[in-house]
Design a protein around this ligand. Structure first.
Ligand code: NAD
Ligand code: UPG
Length: 329
């Protein structure tokens, strides 16, 4: 019996692969290494370089490794890229997820965990957004993920597959044991970019807009530590295996931080003041998006262990330092 982690050489998938290995599961990672790194895959996991849409190859892998559950992380994830190349994103995220689902159903897979996103909500307004809020994604990326959720629901209804679709808010930080982290060279995520700036890898940090209708004018997000997020997947799998119903749930802490508050945290932790430049708004950014977390808290035994911006930033910084050391050493 094994769990297949697609995209397990990537940022979040590699944390999940470690969490599953730590929990004593047999893990098979399938990744095409388009953005992932072989070194991020735990030594205890089996690694296979493949595209999730290769149906014959994937069917063999499911059979050979006696896979009973799939955690599907593989995707393209950069929102502005999806605006420039929508058909590429629908192929990578929607069409390839359809192919994987078909292979999963044919292979008798019982449990499927899907990486969804807060981007399915679009501009969510002032309150904490619950799962029943209107779904109005504003990017091809968000739409490609929402279509996948719908396929998953329909396929589950027809074929008896059980699923969890987890809508991640802003994922950040790195494995506290330093085994993996965010390694994508041109990452655009705020905390990664701020840490790179603090370490002198970038000459400045741009703040995209300070004229939003928020207390300090910068955008507000709900940052969740990647280790807590991985643990939510482990608990979701337990829930399904224990006979629990399929579900969709937000994954965040329900706490909003502004861009300027995040920058202050990075400055506090590094003891350095960051070279910050106020820049125009970035296209497609909602002013504020914060999770209502009641559903996941009620459904799962998930109790976040790293709900602290200092811990998120500290671990991201330690990982960034490690990347610098390994590049120069
Ligand atoms: N990073 C975030 O803040 C965030 C937020 C919401 C949702 N998500 C979702 O989480 C998932 C993981 O994101 P991430 O940040 O770890 O990205 P990532 O780019 O680090 O990881 C994606 C992995 O999938 C692999 N991959 C891509 N296409 C593949 C294919 N066809 N076959 C096999 N492997 C393939 C890549 O090589 C990479 O290792 C994605 O589905 C993403 O949409 C991420
Ligand atoms: O150099 C930077 C980078 C970001 N930001 C701002 O910081 C906030 C967070 O941006 P970023 O870290 O790029 O994340 P988001 O655009 O909020 O998107 C992330 O979070 C979404 C869920 O909320 C996911 O769907 C996406 O995949 C994931 O990239 C936004 O207001 C950005 O404008 C800056 O001001 N300067």
């Amino acid at each position: 019996m094994a769990v297949l982690v697609s995209g397990g050489a990537g940022y979040i998938g590699s944390h999940m692969a470690h969490a599953l290995c730590d929990a004593g599961e047999r893990v098979v990672v399938v990744d095409d290494l388009s953005t992932g790194q072989r070194a991020a895959v735990p030594r205890a996991a089996t690694f296979i370089q493949a595209d999730v849409s290769d149906q014959a190859g994937m069917a063999d892998i499911l059979r050979q490794h006696q896979v009973t559950a799939i955690a599907h992380f593989a995707a393209r994830i950069v929102v502005p890229d999806s605006v420039a190349d929508p058909l590429g994103y629908y192929l990578a995220n929607t069409v390839k997820t359809r192919a994987l689902l078909e292979t999963a159903v044919a292979g008798g897979i019982g449990h499927f965990i899907f990486s969804s996103t807060a981007a399915v909500y679009g501009d969510a307004g002032d309150g904490a957004v619950g799962e029943d809020a209107p779904l109005a994604p504003v990017s091809p990326y968000g739409r490609s993920k929402l279509m996948s959720e719908w396929m998953l629901q329909d396929a589950a209804g027809a074929h008896g597959l059980k699923y969890a679709a987890l809508r991640y808010f802003n994922v950040a930080g790195a494995d506290p044991q330093g085994r993996t982290g965010q390694s994508t060279p041109n990452a655009t995520h705020l905390i990664k970019v701020a840490c790179q700036t603090a370490l002198g890898k970038r000459d400045r940090l741009q703040v995209f807009g300070v004229d939003y209708p928020t207390a300090d004018g910068s955008c507000i997000r709900d940052y969740i530590h990647v280790t807590d997020l991985a643990q939510a997947h482990v608990e979701a799998l337990e829930h399904l295996r224990g006979g629990g119903d399929s579900f969709i749930a937000n994954c965040g802490y329900g706490r909003g931080l502004s861009v300027l508050e995040v920058i202050r945290a990075v400055e506090r932790i590094t003891g350095r003041s960051l070279p910050v430049e106020i820049a125009p708004r970035r296209a497609g950014d909602p002013a504020r998006i914060v999770a209502n977390t009641a559903r996941i808290q009620n459904l799962l035994d998930w109790r976040p262990q790293h709900d602290s911006i200092d811990e998120i930033v500290g671990s991201a910084l330690a990982w960034e330092q490690r990347l610098t050391n390994s590049a120069s050493g």
